[in-house]
Design a protein around this ligand. Structure first.
Ligand SMILES: [Zn+2]
Length: 221
């Protein structure tokens, strides 16, 4: 399966995942372009990764050594409106069932953990794939977030992407985040990557693509 509908948003928009690379590779990874609808740089990277995987004859699989799932966004309603939250005003990166707490706008965390279809869909997908690496793109803090789980992965990402390592503290509201859920509940390691406020398109389509693929132990000829 090269393309999978992993769920639908509050407004009924499809949430899609695209499989690139080598489906038989031992290392599985997931790249999430955008969880916040007004942070679109990662969607550009996601699109460019899919393009980089395409061979001249249109066949897929140019990326080697990694079984890579690309999810452009789990927040299609937010992307359409160019806003951080989903259609019910929930910050989808505060709605996960790890240290969930009631938070108010702009970090409104929903009525309860898992209240939103987008977070439930991505949880199910992540459990199914059970990836070793998850890369979650954001803006604009310019850096790669720390994690205790696989520091070598963080270092690799930072070096490959040319970004500094920073201890992001969820803007002081570290509750119910996707990366904490992955790191606490799955075997894999999730890392936050923050591009700047206006990263150059050339950087996103070239270095960010190669760097992300290399950091998840893939290879692009
Ligand atoms: Zn964000």
């Amino acid at each position: 399966m090269r393309k999978l509908e992993i769920g639908t948003s509050v407004r009924g928009r499809k949430i899609m995942a695209y499989r690139v690379g080598d489906p038989t590779a031992k290392v599985k990874a997931v790249v999430l372009g955008a969880i916040h609808g007004n942070e679109k740089a990662g969607i550009t990277v996601a699109r460019a990764i899919r393009k980089a995987d395409r061979k001249k004859n249109g066949e897929r699989g140019r990326i080697k050594d990694v079984d890579l799932w690309v999810v452009p966004t789990i927040n299609p309603d937010g992307v359409v409106k160019n806003r951080r939250q989903n259609a019910r005003n929930v910050d989808l990166n505060r709605n996960w069932g790890v240290k969930w707490a009631p938070l108010s706008s702009p970090y409104y965390s929903g009525k309860r953990a898992w209240s939103e279809p987008e977070t439930r869909a991505f949880r199910k997908f992540l459990k199914q794939v059970d990836p070793r690496f998850v890369v979650s793109f954001h803006q604009p803090l310019h850096g790669v977030g720390t994690t205790d789980k696989r520091p070598a992965f963080v270092k690799r990402l930072a070096r490959q992407l040319g970004l500094p390592i920073k201890p992001f503290n969820c803007t002081g509201q570290c509750h119910g985040t996707m990366t904490d859920w992955v790191n606490g509940r799955l075997k894999g390691t999730a890392v936050t990557v923050e591009f700047g406020s206006r990263p150059r398109g050339k950087y996103l389509r070239n270095r960010a693509v190669r760097g992300t693929i290399r950091a998840v132990l893939g290879r692009l000829p």
